[in-house]
Design a binder for this molecule. Sequence first.
Ligand code: NAD
Length: 258
Amino acid sequence: MERFAGRTVLITGGAGGQGSSHLQAYLDEGADVVIGDIRDQLGASLVAGHDRAHYVHLDVTDEGDWAAAVEAAESLFGPISVLVNNAGIGSPPVLIEDGALDDWQHIIAVNLTGTYLGIRAAVPSMKRAGGGSIVNIASMAANTGIAHLAPYVASKWGVRGLTRTAALELGRLGVRVNSIHPGVVETPFITEPLRPGLAPVSDYFSPDPFAIKRLAQPRDITELLLFLTSEAASFITGSEFVADGGLLLGPAVPADAA
Ligand code: NAD
């Protein structure tokens, strides 16, 4: 199926576990895709040999990078009709009272301000495209509190508010804005240590107590993203989509429990 033939898609954090899955899926669906990231070598290698894919250096905290990314996307492939604000970083686990202000500011800058800057940069191009669809990748952390992860949780709650507000402002322009809230997805985000000396999340998180006893795979999130940015979702805006295998429900009751 080629649901996105002739459409220009911009994905941030495109060199990452989920971003690279999204890239491949949009290419398979006929789109022209620009990925942005700060890992230039890896990002460039993912688009090598693809006519309909391009890599740009895009630090989402940098307004100049955003302007250049949108310009590159538009001049190569035409105005942007899909923006996926996917770039994100985790928090080192620490109590609020012990956390470093620099960490707080950097995590908010990437996860929240980066999303804000992306919407600002892409909307003029989407207007030229005659409308579009923005998906902000939040987290199940935006639906709860998580001890020791205050900057991450706060940044993702911020993304929720930004999503709803942008949906209100942009609906009449034909731009839909929604958020996806993944549970624990098997990517370097959880399989690699955030910093040297820290244990990766996958060392201590187990999906066993939950309704669906497995980690999410990037493709689980990609499928939802494709739907939300397709014509099939043309009536959906300002909405939040949790894909967490039942994590937010809490522990599942075993089938053999009396
Ligand atoms: P990942 O670490 O594999 O990918 C994240 C990508 O973002 C990396 O390629 C990284 O280089 C890039 N990035 C970091 N800082 C950047 C910046 N300033 N500018 C541009 N790019 C930057 O992780 P992932 O699982 O693919 O994460 C994608 C999104 O999903 C993130 O927003 C993350 O918060 C969210 N998320 C992940 C999980 C999970 O368990 N993996 C769960 C919920 C939400």
